[in-house]
Design a protein around this ligand. Structure first.
Ligand SMILES: C[S@@+](CC[C@H](N)C(=O)[O-])C[C@H]1O[C@@H](n2cnc3c(N)ncnc32)[C@H](O)[C@@H]1O
Length: 216
């Protein structure tokens, strides 16, 4: 994954990045209308761009798919790429059947869905043949879970990768990301955008994109 190319391309998705309330591509708002999720069109456009930058042979892995809003957005127009979603469907109103139906409704097919606890799946060999160029964590949100959500991704990451963390307005999420960056020199902060708590509700609860360089 060319993380610098991702950063260069990001602002062009909005008329006034990061202030705009909506991305220029209206499809992300339409997805959210059809598949209500815990996110905003701006966050969905960012995920889509990350997936669009995957080179051949690298995968997008999403932890926490809920009804499929973020996964559908990442997969739009990216049919030739490889997608993996992990969810234990523990959240109320989350179900595998609903996720499958929503993916089908938008005609996005071929994602591998692992149903179960993300931490067990990341520790297992489920991802062993994959090289993850874009990793999106939006699941269990305690401090320890956030930190594990980043650390356990490491063995699966490509040489250069994006780590995208949702809900970084929350104190314990922000602390986990800050501590991770402090402890892991291979990761660096790339783009940090505050959300509702910083007066920018169009970015949900905030998002922080990290770059990973295995040889940094
Ligand atoms: C905030 S929602 C994800 C929202 C989604 N990305 C969207 O676009 O709307 C969090 C998801 O994480 C899942 N989850 C929570 N804890 C988990 C765990 N330990 N392992 C796997 N999935 C988990 C929940 O079932 C829920 O679907």
């Amino acid at each position: 994954m060319d993380t610098k190319a991702f950063v260069r391309a990001l602002p062009a998705l909005w008329s006034d990045f990061p202030e705009s309330e909506l991305p220029l591509d209206a499809r992300f708002g339409e997805i959210l209308d059809e598949v209500p999720g815990l996110t905003k069109p701006n966050n969905l456009a960012l995920l889509h761009l990350a997936a669009a930058h995957l080179p051949p042979g690298e995968s997008y892995v999403e932890v926490g798919s809920f009804r499929g809003t973020s996964l559908i957005s990442a997969m739009l127009d990216n049919g030739e790429k490889e997608f993996v979603a992990i969810d234990d469907f523990s959240m109320s109103d989350a179900s595998r059947a609903q996720l499958d139906a929503n993916l089908a409704r938008f005609g996005v097919t071929g994602a591998t869905i692992f149903e179960g606890d993300a931490f067990e799946i990341l520790r297992s060999d489920a991802l062993k043949d994959r090289s993850v160029g874009a990793y999106y964590y939006d699941a269990a949100h305690t401090y320890e879970q956030q930190l594990d959500g980043l650390r356990l991704a490491e063995p699966h990451l490509a040489e250069e990768a994006l780590l995208i963390v949702d809900d970084t307005d929350w104190d314990f999420v922000a602390r986990a990301v800050a501590d991770y960056l402090e402890l892991q020199p291979k990761a660096e902060s790339l783009v940090e955008i505050g959300g509702k708590d910083t007066g920018a509700p169009a970015w949900w609860e905030g998002v922080h994109v990290l770059s990973w360089f295995a040889d940094r």
